[in-house]
Write a protein that binds this ligand. Structure first.
Ligand SMILES: Cc1ncc(C[n+]2csc(CCOP(=O)(O)OP(=O)(O)O)c2C)c(N)n1
Length: 703
């Protein structure tokens, strides 16, 4: 570890900055802040105003060095000057905070939470920002890993010297996202630049509350593989050199760098914040550290820009922003008819960045007709075989997670894949689900197909923020960005239950906007659904039920390397006229058994229609409605808890659409509202058994 604090900075090579352009961008950013504060916020045309005053100069200097076509960055709500330096159009920059149509979100997101797809790759792209502090870090670890992957594994020399940059305030260093990314990028010496804009506060909370001694960067002194550069972000002489040094270090391939520059926050956290928590002397000191007059003075003294030239730039910047604001005001409001577009991919409207589709990747041919071959495989082997084939046929697939590498996964799904496909493609990760999913976001945006494993369903909880933000990415950027990935999630009870490894709660993924959810009940479906997901342009949660992985009922012959099952197509296991039984996952076996038993008991074939939904998002509404219209009775069985489980959704749709065809109330049979119990008898008492299901059907049939 090396800490460089340079105030003389004489030893560093003089970077070539275009001072005229940098001054113009700084003045442009200030003009935007001024007009928003003076005119647009009071007029209620802008609601979330985050001034970048004080942070701006250093951001612009940094942005002007991100010229590589494979550079990418994440920013936060205070990063607008940086985005201007990448090339953000002035009208877009002012129209989006006014939530006008067009721009980077078509009025869907807060204007300062922006993105910059830069599809021509003229310098860096900016990932879609997130509102959550700390969410900006792990995606850049994923981007940085993808740079190495493109360069070394895919042999694309154009990725040489590219970098990923994550930007955040000093308080963001307290988040799990920061630490997760720091671990990933330092452990693997990735080309990741952490830029910390240290204004000493997180809204009103001082640094002394964030870390012992109040200096996070000093506390990082022991970190291996991390170069730290620390200095003043307002000094026009030293700041450019420190920034250039940090960028050059990361470009050199020597590993990550943390650049911390001290900057004043010259306004409140937002326009509404009056800063009463700051001592007056501090406020005065901050004003004295304003980088703008320092830059102006320096450029004048150095004969780079005269006072007159500065004034001209200032006048031009203000005039251009005023014109842009007027043009923005004229923009139409976003069209409410488009409100529900781009939750998922639309055919023929591919996103600009992210996933395989954006680069026009062609897959081998596929079919929805199975060609069963060989002996029956258990579901675990079927999943492994599918991953193996997709890894072999698609060089952009990467499989990873905790213990997924040499061990082959704690469930064994990836056994042997590390050996076959190598460390770059099938690998272990650090124990951080936030890191696993966040890094997948960066990989997906880099045009790869990440296949992360969450070791047990409950342990997706630390990744909740990254999962949510991934799902809504397409919608909130109006189809500019998407991050398709397949998250494999083993879950549900196994031979035993318990509150940690056996949680089901699949309904969460239905409720999360933008995710698809597959929950196969057998080996054949697992193959078709997994392959479909791995080739699809939307993110998918692939729920691998632990009870089914080696269950003999779920064993099926392998349906072929080209077999896919399009999502949203249920499978009718048994035909019947008197009752529809809807199920998925581990309940399917029990439902089929119950239906067969009942048919025998009542000596009546064609009694119960058993429907395995196979995917819950999308779900085959048509198959269920058609069946219930015919039978007039419906029982929904799931392992997840009763209240607000997916059964409630199905029941609501049935009540809405086929109420007058019903001969009996719609019923649900589920786990009670408790965690999964460990004791075997308690578990069996909690789960719907085949006889419980048969009893419930008997009751319904007798109504
Ligand atoms: C996960 C999360 N928690 C809380 C917030 C609310 N919040 C927004 S900004 C902020 C302070 C961030 O401070 P810092 O990272 O130092 O950046 P600065 O605003 O000082 O530039 C907080 C608490 C949030 N956006 N996300």
């Amino acid at each position: 570890m090396e800490i460089v604090v340079r105030d003389d900075a004489k030893t560093v090579t003089e970077p070539k900055f275009d001072w005229q352009h940098i001054s113009y961008l700084l003045l442009l950013s200030r003009a935007m802040d001024t007009i928003e504060e003076r005119d647009l916020v009071p007029a209620k045309l802008v609601f979330n105003q985050f001034s970048a005053r004080g942070h701006d100069l250093a951001q612009i200097l940094l942005g002007s060095l991100l010229t590589h076509p494979h550079d990418a960055a994440t920013g936060y709500y205070r990063s607008r000057p940086f985005v201007l330096s990448l090339g953000l159009d002035i009208e877009e920059a002012v129209a989006s905070p006014m939530a006008k149509s067009g721009g980077y979100s078509d009025g869907r997101d807060i204007g300062v939470v922006c993105n910059y797809p830069n599809p021509e790759r003229k310098g860096a792209m900016l990932f879609p920002m997130c509102g959550g502090v700390g969410a900006q870090y792990t995606p850049i670890s994923g981007w940085a890993q993808s740079i190495v992957y493109h360069r070394d594994q895919l042999q694309d020399a154009s990725y040489k010297s590219a970098i990923g940059l994550s930007m955040g305030g000093d308080s963001s260093m307290s988040t799990s996202g920061f630490w997760s990314a720091l671990n990933i990028s330092t452990t693997h010496k990735l080309p990741h630049l952490f830029y910390i804009e240290d204004n000493g506060y997180g809204i009103s909370v001082p640094q002394s509350e964030q870390t012992p001694g109040g200096d996070q960067v000093a506390n990082l002194a022991a970190y291996k593989h991390l170069k730290i550069i620390d200095g003043d972000g307002t000094d026009p002489v030293t700041a450019p050199k420190l920034i250039a040094e940090a960028v050059a270090h990361v470009r050199s391939g020597e590993g990550p760098c943390l650049l911390r520059l001290k900057v004043p926050r010259l306004c409140g956290h937002t326009f509404q914040d009056t800063q009463t928590y700051k001592p007056e002397v501090l406020i005065a000191d901050e004003q004295a550290r304003d980088p703008l007059p320092r830059l102006q003075g320096y450029l004048e003294e150095s004969n780079i820009l005269s006072a007159q030239q500065w004034q001209q730039l200032e006048g031009r910047a203000m005039a251009e922003v005023l014109v842009a604001v007027e043009a923005a005001k004229q923009r139409p409001e976003p069209n409410p008819e488009d409100l529900q577009r781009f939750v998922y991919a639309e055919a023929n409207t591919v996103q600009l960045r992210g996933g395989l589709a954006a680069d026009g990747y062609q897959f081998p041919s596929q079919t929805d007709q199975p060609k069963p071959q060989g002996q029956r495989l258990n579901m675990l082997t079927a999943i492994r075989k599918t991953l193996d084939y997709e890894l072999q046929s698609n060089p952009k697939v990467l499989v990873f997670g905790e213990d997924v590498g040499p061990k082959g996964g704690v469930h064994g799904a990836t056994l042997g894949l590390h050996e076959t496909h190598g460390q770059q493609r099938v690998f272990d990760t650090s124990l951080s689900e936030e890191g696993i999913i966040g890094r997948s976001v960066g990989m997906a945006l880099a045009g790869l197909m990440p296949v992360p494993e969450i070791q047990f369903r409950k342990y997706a909880e630390p990744a909740a923020e990254q999962l949510s933000d991934t799902g809504i990415m397409r919608w909130r950027t109006f189809n500019q960005f998407a991050a398709p990935m397949v998250v494999r999630v083993p879950g549900g009870f196994a031979k035993r239950g318990d509150p940690w490894h056996s949680m089901s709660d699949e309904v969460e993924w239905v409720h999360k906007v933008g995710w698809q959810l597959a929950m196969p009940s057998n080996a054949d479906d697992a193959v078709g659904l997994l392959r479909y997901a791995l080739r699809d342009n939307n993110p998918t949660i692939f729920f691998e039920h632990r009870n089914l992985l080696d269950n003999s009922w779920a064993r099926r012959p392998y349906p072929g390397n080209d077999y896919v099952i399009p999502f949203g197509k249920a499978k009718t296991l048994l035909q019947g006229d008197k009752l529809t039984l809807v199920c998925w996952g581990a309940m399917v076996e029990r439902c089929e058994l119950a239906a067969k038993t009942l048919a025998e008991q009542r000596d009546q074939q064609q009694l119960v229609e058993v429907i395995d939904l196979r995917t819950l998002q999308p779900w085959d509404e048509k198959a269920v409605l058609t069946s219930v219209t015919k039978t007039g009775r419906c029982l929904i069985v799931h392992e997840d808890n009763l209240s607000a489980g997916f059964g409630a959704e199905i029941a609501a749709v049935l009540a809405d659409k086929v109420f007058f065809d019903l001969d009996a109330p719609i019923q649900r049979l589920t786990m009670p509202n408790i965690p999964s119990p460990h004791n075997f008898n308690l578990l069996e008492a909690a789960l719907p058994s085949a006889s419980d299901i048969a009893d419930a059907m008997n009751n319904l049939l007798d109504i």
